[in-house]
Write a protein that binds this ligand. Sequence first.
Ligand code: ACM
Length: 576
Amino acid sequence: MRIFLLSCCFFIVLSCGSDQPVIHPETAYSIIPQPVSILPGSGFFEIDHNTIVVGAVELEAETAFITQLLDQASGYSIAHKMGTATETRNKIILSLDDTLTNPEGYMIDITSNGIEVIAKKPAGIMYAIQTLRQLLPPEGENKIIKGLKIPAVEIEDYPRYAYRGMHLDVSRHFFPVDFVKKYIDLLALHKMNIFHWHLTDDQGWRIEIKKYPKLTEVGGFRNGTVKGHRPYDGSDNQRYGGFYTQDEVRDVVTYAEKKHITIIPEIEMPGHASAAIAAYPYLSCFPEEPTIIPEDIISTGGKQLQAEGTPKIVQETWGVFDDVFCAGDDTTFEFLEDVLDEVIPLFPSEYIHIGGDECPKENWKRCPDCQKRMKEMGLTDEHELQSYFIQRIEKYLNTKGKKIIGWDEILEGGLAPNATVMSWRGEDGGIDAAKQSHQVIMTPTTYCYLDYYQFKADAGKSTAVGNYLPVQKVYEYNPFPEELTAEQAEYIQGAQANVWTEYMPTEEYVEYKVLPRMTALAEVVWVADSVKNWSSFKSRLERLSERYRVLGYNYAKVDPDGEEFIQEQPTENKSE
Ligand code: ACM
């Protein structure tokens, strides 16, 4: 079969090194991320009312997905069945081949007779379908195309990195299940495979924990949100919040699984704990001390609660706060273990993210229990106490068959033995961890923080936080630091972009910040650095942007002639 020859042949690789042809925007083979090899054929395969999809029995979700895409685009009710194909033409065959080497790779062969897709695993089949989808006209996402044709081509493809992540902070602003699914769809379209769901933080606890109902009843809501930038412009005095029930979480996890996206939940500790502490003040070193929110920005409701004798409230402003989980009291660990006991069965992921970033040590320094713990354990400073905290949680999670990921602060005071480090304060943490033979995920602020503003024209606006991060800079990122030997670089699992939502109050804002910078990262983590080509990417992005438009995503538009991308920001901004 022609497709089997694919793996043995040398392919024309489009859009890669300087001696290679660059893909034309108008070609039908405009795909992001750029496949490893594309060999254009002649002619096309036309979908008609007799076309049949035949999927191997293990490929039920994938068969359903491609059939649904083709039903939508063709207007036919495309027949499909599970098993082995006997048809000789007009067929779309999805099959698995265990002899292929790359666990996420796939091959596609399109001729006038049909389409054959082969992968080692179902994930590869799903990526192949996402590629096929980009070979179809974008309008087919919501309109019927008469005489739907797919150009003949042979494609072989596999990713550069195993970890291709996107994060979403649902604590600073809450996003409902429907949006989370839309976000997952977006990841899937770009062959990203990890959704890092930042579920807890100072401004809201977003996951139901049955043993601790106040986490969401109290910790899931705040009485107001600061307006504007530091030093802020008062409170909006709007009660704000929300959370996901465990049933909703299961539903999202199942949804993501069908798209071959693993959800890694983040339960933040020991810092960023104000919402949990508002629900259960005993988790603080100082349960009687009020949550600090400056007088001129605390909400009326928050002020009233404190005046009536409820010192701990959910944070209403952004930043890093001293009131963290007490590391000296065993009840903190009992609480966290109970919480994790409920989180673990909800998420099949091998990993749980336990935060570990931005934990001030001021309270621990003056807390008798924390100081006692340090003495008992022979810890020389509070960084070692943080390390004790993380290692204790790691040990617990390891006994439950889970591994931890933590932000790079978990390096301070000694790395937990099996931890993966998420390097965000530049790449140094990741480099250090890789040198210590720990797995690493790169997410340096300079390339991967999508809360940073993407247009110079946005500088200074209340919605523009951090620094300038245009899409081209994201595209330039190479997660392989030069300081590492090839052997050490094996520990770099991939990269992730982070979407912190302090200044993203709406779904439209999130989409605007993510697109097209996530698109750029999708190519960074999929293709070899040597084959990246900015002008090819820009051209292909033009076509993909058309799909975003049809799918209803609020993307930042391409300016094909200029260096920047142009679009006015959405006007609504609650925090302005
Ligand atoms: C972080 O951005 N604080 C991980």
